[in-house]
Ligand binder design. Structure first.
Ligand code: B1M
Length: 209
């Protein structure tokens, strides 16, 4: 089967079709790794590019991500059997005091689309929780999202907590969200600021490579 069919159905957000095609490909003996890379991840890469170029918008990304998750549900047990490991592990959350999670969820989905394992801490996440999770679960990256000018300073506290807990040299810290800028990220000592979900996923995949 042509993996392009899976990629195209994923881009169109056709979850049931993606699920059926992934199952069909497995039945035909296509390797789970090929289905993942050339079908699902390739489709999600294209979604990321189009989103970055403003060719598609949040609703289209969400339905594509849902389609990817349906495909992944079929594939996951087979990938585990074959010992295919995620290319990296990150934890993500919206910082303490902040309940906005739409952008954070998009970043999470794009990162999963790059093959990364994502620990989602939800919203209102304290610096201590970010750092404890990174330590306990061996995350290579801590990802912080903030939508309020009143909560973005918590990101600086995450950096300081990582220093206090002695993991600053082992973990990258990425920040983003509407009020966050590159100069703000530099001023608090974060490793990267990215303006959107697609570029966040690209940078995270590079950090984990
Ligand atoms: Co709120 N809100 N809100 N809100 N809200 C804003 C952010 C606001 C700009 C509206 C306004 O006044 N114009 C304003 C903030 C003003 C400021 O701080 N300067 C505001 C306010 C004031 C508030 C309340 C205080 C209102 C009140 O109660 N008086 C309150 C705060 C609650 C709290 O958090 N403690 C509040 C509440 C809410 C709702 C609950 C109603 C709802 C949130 C629902 C939810 O998230 N589940 C909500 C919403 C929806 C918004 C707006 C309308 C939309 C935000 C959104 O989801 N955008 C927003 C106004 C606006 O932006 N037009 C607003 C879409 C999303 C895809 O974009 O999250 O920016 P965004 O994510 C982008 C990038 O920023 C980036 O990638 C994403 C896409 O590519 N990105 C990252 C995000 N995180 C990243 C992390 C990265 C990298 C990139 O690396 C780790």
């Amino acid at each position: 089967m042509d993996m392009q069919a899976i990629s195209q159905k994923l881009q169109a957000g056709k979850a049931k079709d993606v699920k059926a095609l992934v199952q069909q490909a497995l039945d035909e003996g296509v390797s789970p790794q090929v289905i993942l890379n050339e079908g699902l991840l390739s489709g999600m890469d294209k979604v990321g590019e189009k989103f970055k170029n403003n060719e598609i918008f949040v609703p289209e990304v969400l339905v594509a991500a849902r389609a990817m998750n349906w495909g992944l549900d079929i594939l996951r047990p087979r990938l585990a059997e074959e010992g295919v490991k995620a290319s990296g592990k990150v934890c993500i959350g919206t910082v303490q005091g902040d309940l906005h999670d739409i952008g954070k969820n998009l970043v999470k989905m794009m990162m999963e689309g790059k093959g990364l394992e994502v620990v989602d801490l939800g919203t209102d996440v304290s610096p201590e929780t970010f750092v404890r999770t990174a330590k306990e679960q061996n995350c290579q990256i801590i990802c912080c999202s903030a939508l309020l000018t009143t909560t973005m300073d918590v990101m600086g506290e995450v950096v300081k907590e990582a220093e206090r807990e002695g993991i600053r040299d082992k973990v990258k810290i990425m920040v983003g969200g509407a009020p966050v800028t590159d100069s703000f990220a530099k001023s608090i000592g974060a490793d990267a600021y990215t303006p959107d979900a697609a570029s966040a996923a690209e940078v995270a995949a590079r950090f984990c490579a």
